[in-house]
Design a protein around this ligand. Structure first.
Ligand SMILES: [Zn+2]
Length: 589
């Protein structure tokens, strides 16, 4: 095997700054004399990956991966040592004599092929009467902008790229591997992107990995066509606009994500920095990790229609688990970034991005719009968002959003928290939402406490007065559970709690599981009596208030007398209760 002279390897080592190299894929913060960030070799959320600029090395205290610049490129790009040296030499503008370099690797050959086509596509766009140029002009892009964004044009011929490769003595098989040519059924190859405006898709180091192609004619399908998966083109991790966006992302601490090449270009034209576009796929977990290594904050800019809103929520599903902070920029209805820029100018698009709100707030608002009047609607809204909230790794942030969702639907945060925990366990969040969430306040709290106490100490059911209980408890889900549970215990006092629960009628059964799933402090048996007493007291107060109200409007003396007697009876009854308990009556909860 041929080898690269040591002095060239040393030259590359001197030329390439390790912080700069690693910094293209990892956001590095200075920590003393070294830098640290999130490790690209293992999945982590707190940085344990260190880069030492003096030694030109990196090391991860989490997975113990470490080495020099060559090792870094070998590991991140799956290259051999020689390929890594050659690749970095090219970055540093160092020429390796062919005789000592030997045959270059497949990835290098694909980059070379792509570079060649990129140059030729750009030339084609500049030809007189180019259909691609007319198309770009119709979209409001000036010639300076084609240049700036390196847009090209693949002529509407079957053999343009075939000829370019032949002229450069590149085998058509390599063109096929690079995704530029497609095999013909009858043998031979044809141009995949023919008749399309082309966008080069580069990696963080600026190499062309593949292309995106936009059809010119309405009847040309599909509208967008990208390079297929190749040894270097993996759309689940690629982001269009990366090399240009790296510095702004580092500087501003945020990335702006859109869905298309023209949208990304529109943002750049409007002066919005750090803009990236996915390449023919929705955001993936790989994208999320690639973003997290570079920034914590991501602004999503999606179309203001139903499809855009669903895309936003799908994006949240992959971004939230990584701990990214996601903002959502809202476009006016019917607009995409490109059309907004064309109609209202750069300031409108910039303002749209700068006023982006936390994406979860936007999602909460959207779902709550469906209505939160009835308990069922509330339960539905909470159930829809619970899976999303359950993906937030930070307990503090999750708690905050539970509170916000509770506020938006008009329920208590603990109901939402229960639903989120259920979603986390992969259950239908609706099952954890206590039915009748509308009524709250001390009465609801005490009813719930009574139910919890009974669930924990089932034998209490044997010594309560079933009739009194039925009269005492205000109608609702908790009363229903308490009464059916008491009946179940009385029927089978020896049965275990799970057996009893299984025998409960439907709404009560679900509520039973919701109550027993909540991780609260154990509840004492005597709480049951305290709570009953409080409920009795409430009932008396209500009855007395009602009598007072009736007495105020009563004109009939006989009826007045009857009311007076009733009121006295209630007062005596209450005094007796208090004496029997030897305790002051007050809300136990
Ligand atoms: Zn690591």
């Amino acid at each position: 095997m041929s080898r690269i002279p040591d002095e060239i390897i040393q030259q590359v080592r001197d030329r390439i700054d390790v912080v700069e190299l690693v910094g293209r894929s990892v956001a590095l913060k200075r920590a003393g004399r070294s830098y640290k960030g999130l490790c690209p070799f293992h999945h982590e959320k707190t940085p344990s990956f260190h880069v030492n600029p003096d030694r030109g090395t990196f090391y991860c205290f989490g997975c113990h991966e470490g080495g020099d610049i060559f090792h870094f490129v070998q590991k991140t790009e799956g290259l051999g040592f020689l390929e890594a040296v050659r690749s970095l030499a090219r970055d540093g503008g160092i020429v390796i004599p062919e005789s000592s370099g030997g045959e270059s690797g497949l990835a290098e050959r694909i980059y070379k092929t792509n570079d060649l086509l990129q140059a030729r596509y750009r030339e084609e766009l500049l030809r007189d009467g180019c259909a691609g140029a007319a198309y770009l002009a119709s979209r409001g892009l000036s010639r300076e902008e084609w240049e700036r964004f390196e847009i090209g044009f693949a002529p509407d011929r079957w053999d343009f790229a075939v000829g370019v490769l032949r002229g450069a003595r590149i085998a058509p098989e390599l063109g096929e591997t690079a995704g530029i040519l497609s095999p013909r059924g009858s043998g031979g190859h044809f141009d995949r992107l023919r008749g399309r405006v082309t966008f080069p898709i580069r990696d963080a180091r600026g190499r062309v990995l593949g292309f995106g192609g936009r059809a010119l004619a309405k009847e040309q399908e599909p509208k967008y066509l990208n390079t297929p998966e190749t040894p270097v083109f993996h759309k689940r991790e690629l982001l269009y606009g990366l090399p240009r966006a790296l510095d702004p992302i580092r500087r501003t601490g945020r990335a702006v994500i859109v869905e298309g090449y023209f949208d990304q270009i529109a943002l750049c034209r409007a002066g919005v920095e750090g803009a990236l576009a996915t390449c023919g796929t929705s955001l993936s977990a790989e994208h999320a990790r690639a973003l997290l290594r570079r920034t914590r904050t991501v602004v999503l800019l999606f179309d203001a229609d139903g499809a855009g809103e669903r895309a936003l929520e799908r994006a949240l599903e992959v971004l939230l688990p990584e701990g990214l902070r996601v903002l959502a920029a809202r476009l006016p209805a019917g607009d995409d970034p490109d059309s907004l820029l064309a109609r209202e100018g750069p300031e409108a698009l910039r303002r749209c991005v700068e006023t982006a709100a936390p994406a979860l707030d936007v999602a909460i608002e959207r779902v709550a719009r469906a209505g939160t009047e009835t308990p069922w609607q509330k339960a539905d809204v909470v159930a829809e968002l619970a899976p999303l909230l359950s993906r937030i790794p930070s307990a503090l942030e999750r708690g905050e959003y539970c509170a916000r969702l509770a506020m938006a639907v008009g329920t208590e945060a603990r109901h939402v928290e229960a639903a989120v925990r259920a979603a986390e366990r992969g259950e239908d969040a609706r099952d954890a939402v206590p039915i009748g969430v509308r009524r709250s306040g001390p009465e609801e709290r005490n009813l719930r406490q009574l139910a919890r106490c009974l669930v924990e100490h089932p034998l209490l059911a044997l010594r309560v007065d079933r009739d009194e209980l039925s009269e005492l408890l205000p109608r609702g889900a908790h009363a229903e559970l308490i009464l059916t549970f008491v009946d179940a215990v009385r029927e089978r006092p020896a049965a275990s709690a799970p057996e009893l629960a299984a025998a409960l009628p439907e709404p009560s059964r679900k509520l039973y599981y919701a109550l027993s799933a909540e991780s609260e402090l154990p509840i004492e048996e005597r709480t049951f009596d305290d709570t009953l007493r409080w409920l009795r007291d409430q009932q008396h107060k209500r009855a007395r208030r009602e009598i007072t109200r009736q007495m105020r409007v009563q004109r009939d003396p006989d009826e007045m007398h009857r009311l007076f007697q009733e009121k006295q009876r209630l007062q005596e009854q209450q005094a007796k209760d208090v004496k029997a308990d030897h305790t002051t009556v007050g809300p136990p909860a």
